[in-house]
Design a protein around this ligand. Structure first.
Ligand code: ZN
Length: 566
């Protein structure tokens, strides 16, 4: 079956409610483990169907936000998901309180139950109106960004289409692209400010209603943080400042030298890594997808079968089109037991990352298809980003087919970017802690906080006033996670440190590294992030030795490369 043949039908909310109430009763009144188990399995099957319908709408709506049918359906789902949530919660409560909880958790794993306990802390029927409002605001933000028309060189472009120009090797053209993009954001500055302000207020209100001091603790629960807390993240932050920031700073200093520019450089110059231009994939979008097939065919039998299914069933929508939402994601379509990849190709190395990063997520779904409970298909987000960010590095031996003559440049750039990213990502997370700790900050105050953090985490940026929006310390407004998924950003940083461990391992023993990756991936979401790492013999990112170790290994590799030949 192809994606376009997958049939969508709106679910009847009353029916859903009645069915879940009935199943909850059966579970509650169960007089044997078998009875409890069969209610649980029936709920699984039913939930799979409902999720699949919601997912089809989400995917088709994001592919074309102008499609009226799916726009309507999307509004419908945004409204009913929070309503249905309370019924799902009712069922989960019965699971948690079941006389057979012990037997159920022996069969389906304790993490599933721990996560349910955590999720329980994020919901109460009295917050439904606020959740609906939050959803509406998030959608408004997504729609605003998707509708962006940036005027540049007598043409208009979407935000993701601007990316190649923002990386152009011509200094003047590149700077103009940054300015043009910044101007679009500035035209919408009030709207972006007020959308976020409202989101912070709504979220803080929800936290108060649920009995929390502020949104942070609730935000952690929403991310299902089941094995670390704010103190661990704080430790990680300190180690980033200690080990990664100085190394990234050195990389930017060398970059300035390479470009014959003065350190520190502005945003536009920091974006150009080499005088001869940033590494570019060779060939068309189709060539990249085709070389992905060679990569996965040769990597392992499992990846081969996976990627060929993605192609045959048309489960990747990757070309940039008008009306399409920005960004990228990968999501499971449970009933069909396949993943779907959504992306926006833009002619830069990002396109290769879709075939490596997003497909890394998809592969993890594929490896865990049919897993019961369906919630354990995937672990928590930071653990998922390990699947994808490590897959990017597993593609290194095949990099030549993606990058041709730019291969060496690409490897340097990929590894250097991994290092440069960690301070930025940590700053995005730190920023959100400040925002939700002080929900009464004005939009202006928030920009000030961002500016202050830039001095700590990104000391290599020169603010010269040439680039509106960026120089006004508003750049966080283009980071959609800050609006859409609070506290989902440190996940990338934690995962990156694990991916770097895989990268270091690969250099010594490719097969051994792949075996470790497979053993980590096959476990799906049956363990917590930390237990997954331990079971695969990997270091925990919160330990000082971990960041110290990966930064030293990466530093050695990068300094051995003679970048003067680029
Ligand atoms: Zn990802």
């Amino acid at each position: 079956m192809k994606f376009s043949d997958m049939k969508y039908e709106r679910v009847n909310v009353e029916e859903v409610k009645n069915k879940v109430v009935a199943l909850s009763q059966t579970l509650k009144n169960a007089t044997s483990f078998e009875e409890a188990k069969s209610a649980f399995l029936e709920m699984e099957k039913f939930q799979k169907h409902v999720f699949t319908m919601g997912e089809l709408v989400h995917i088709r709506h994001s592919i074309d936000t102008r499609d009226e049918f799916y726009d309507e359906e999307n509004k419908f789902w945004n409204k009913v998901i929070p309503e249905m949530e309370q019924y799902v919660q009712m069922f989960k409560n019965e699971l948690l309180n079941s006389k057979y909880r012990k037997e159920l958790s022996d069969e389906y794993g304790e993490v599933f139950f721990i996560n349910m306990e955590i999720q329980k802390k994020t919901f109460s029927p009295e917050i439904i109106p606020e959740l609906q409002e939050e959803n509406r605001l998030v959608n408004e933000y997504d729609k605003l960004l998707a509708s962006a028309e940036v005027k540049f060189e007598d043409k208009t472009y979407t935000l993701s289409q601007m990316s190649p120009f923002k990386n152009d090797f011509d200094d003047e053209r590149r700077l103009k692209a940054w300015i043009a993009e910044g101007e679009w954001y500035m035209e919408n500055a009030d709207k972006l400010d007020s959308l976020y302000d409202n989101l912070v207020k709504v979220r803080s209100g929800i936290a108060k209603k649920l009995g929390y001091d502020n949104f942070i603790e609730l935000g952690y629960y929403r991310m299902t943080r089941n094995c670390y807390d704010q103190a661990d993240v704080d430790k990680f932050r300190q180690n980033v400042v200690k080990y990664i920031v100085p190394m990234a700073d050195e990389l930017y200093k060398e970059q300035a030298k390479r470009l014959s520019k003065e350190y520190p450089m502005n945003f536009a110059d920091n974006a150009l890594e080499f005088r001869t231009g940033n590494p570019k994939p060779q060939g068309t979008a189709y060539d990249i997808i085709a070389h992905g097939r060679k990569f996965y065919d040769e990597l392992s039998p499992e990846t081969s079968k996976f990627y060929r299914t993605m192609l045959n069933m048309e489960l990747m929508d990757v070309l940039s089109k008008e009306g399409k939402q920005g960004g990228g994601y990968c999501t499971p379509i449970f009933e069909e037991e396949v993943p779907f990849i959504f992306a926006n190709f833009n002619g830069t190395q990002h396109d290769v990352e879709v075939v490596t990063h997003e497909a890394g997520h998809a592969f993890a779904v594929w490896m865990n298809k049919g897993k019961i409970p369906m919630e354990t298909t995937w672990p928590t987000y930071e653990a998922c980003e390990v699947h994808s960010m490590s897959m990017e590095f597993f593609a290194w031996p095949w990099a030549e087919g993606f990058f041709g003559k730019d291969t060496k440049k690409f490897k340097y750039s990929h590894l250097a970017s991994a290092i440069k990213f960690i301070p930025y990502g940590t700053m995005v997370d730190h920023f959100q802690h400040l925002v939700y700790e002080n929900p009464d900050l004005t939009p202006e105050d928030r920009h000030e906080e961002w500016k202050r953090l830039m001095n700590i985490y990104m000391p290599w940026v020169k603010i010269d006033g040439d680039i509106p929006f960026y120089d006004d310390a508003r750049a966080w407004q283009r980071q959609s996670h800050i609006y859409d998924m609070p506290f989902y950003y440190i996940d990338y940083c934690l995962a990156q440190t694990v991916a770097l461990q895989f990268w270091a391992m690969m250099k010594r023993d490719m097969n051994g590294a792949w075996d470790k990756y497979m053993s980590y991936t096959k476990l799906g979401g049956s363990l917590t992030f930390i237990d997954l790492l331990k079971s695969a013999g990997l270091q925990i990112p919160f330990e000082e030795e971990c960041l110290k170790g990966v930064s030293q290994e990466a530093n050695k590799f990068l300094s051995d490369i003679d970048t003067s030949e680029f």
